[in-house]
Design a protein around this ligand. Structure first.
Ligand code: PMV
Length: 361
């Protein structure tokens, strides 16, 4: 599909005066990372992620026809019960990007009521779950205006719109493993939207666990926009994009044959490479904290001593995602509790698993 396929055809706008839709949409954790993009939110390499289950955003979108039509966006944002005018610029920027595809957004007054399942200051980015939940609410309006659209089109377009809000949000519509970015070895993959990993996944990866250790709950040190821009003129950029695409091919096999050892190796290398890109850009950043490294060392020690398949991955921050197969859950949870929680801010951590994607409420 091309970008043109997402432009809304004529609908009977007058048919819908007001209403409300609610969606719950998950966060996701990239296994092969997206870092570097070109306009408009086109990734420099394909990425692949686990959709999460417990970390999610629930958004209700109330809409009513404007009394006097105008070209402005009319938005009120209520986050966890409080009016948040400081959220508006980001949402208006998002609306500006998506107006071409859903022109009806200038016709309504919107009230966006949103909440996260994870604490606001946890260092967990809510942009993927937040933007995908909002995109799904907007797509529900389109479905109402144009009931002929299929579920398949609806999910693709939701991912397409979410991507224009935050790249990784394209991967937060469906579960359990999602690929975003055109890749020669993944049929039907696209730079425009995420797709479900198209092959059967080995049972070793069923219900995979992700325990998120909250090492630093502060605001992001480097915004996504600045972060992605670091890859322009980066001395290792092209090698990195090629490596990520190679890693997708490798991971495609690993996920099908259930090779946990190869998974551990690839996932940790991806995480460290993401951080290496930040350390070797100009300006340069170190986003890990001393406790991030302590946790990594402990994980390596535990793996050596027990032959566990535990591994870590990182986002663009200091928190650590500890990944492990469901069958190791009991033992690894004990290890996390006894040995790793001490490195978390206020001992805080979140237990999550791979999830099935967004759902309408
Ligand atoms: O979606 P963005 O623009 O916030 O970028 C996310 C980038 C990483 O989280 C670091 C990697 C990824 O693929 O999710």
């Amino acid at each position: 599909m091309t970008e043109k396929d997402f432009i809304l055809k004529k609908t009977n706008l007058s048919s819908l005066n007001k209403g409300s839709f609610t969606w719950k949409s998950p966060s996701n954790i990239a296994l092969v990372k997206y870092w570097g993009k070109s306009e408009p939110q086109i990734p420099k390499n394909a990425s692949i992620s686990f959709t999460l289950n417990n970390c999610h955003t629930t958004t209700s979108l109330e809409f009513s026809k404007k009394e006097k039509p105008n070209k402005d966006y009319s938005i009120q944002v209520i986050f966890e019960g409080e009016i948040k005018d400081n959220f508006k610029p980001k949402i208006k920027k998002f609306f500006k990007r998506i107006e071409k595809y859903i022109p009806f957004i200038t016709e309504y007054d919107f009230v966006i009521k949103t909440k996260n399942s994870f604490p606001h200051s946890s260092g967990i980015a809510s942009s993927a779950s937040g933007m995908s939940a909002l995109a799904l609410c907007l797509i529900s309006i389109e479905k109402e205006l144009n009931p002929e659209i299929t579920q398949e089109y609806l999910l693709k377009k939701a991912s397409f719109l979410a991507r224009l809000g935050s790249g990784s949000a394209a991967r937060s519509i469906e579960g359990e493993i999602v690929v975003w970015g055109e890749h020669k070895n993944i049929n039907n993959s696209s730079d425009l939207y995420g797709i479900k990993f198209p092959k059967k996944i080995h049972k070793n990866f069923n219900n995979y666990q992700d325990t998120i250790l909250l090492v630093d709950k502060g605001e992001k040190q480097v915004s996504s926009t600045i972060g992605h821009n670091l890859m322009n003129n980066h001395p290792f950029a092209q090698q990195r994009f090629d490596q990520a695409n190679d890693n997708i091919s490798k991971l495609k096999e690993i996920l099908q044959i259930g090779d946990l050892k190869a998974f551990v190796n690839l996932i940790e290398s991806e995480a460290l490479t993401l951080h290496a890109m930040m350390m070797t850009s100009n300006p340069y950043f170190v986003l890990m904290k001393p406790n991030t490294l302590k946790i990594i060392e402990k994980i390596w020690e535990y793996r050596k001593n027990t032959k566990s398949n535990i591994c870590f991955t990182l986002d663009a921050g200091a928190n650590v995602h500890v990944l492990f197969p469901e069958k190791e859950k009991e033992k690894v949870n004990l290890f996390i509790l006894n040995e790793l929680i001490q490195y978390c801010q206020n001992n805080h951590y979140i237990c999550d698993t791979v999830g099935a994607g967004a759902s309408q409420k």
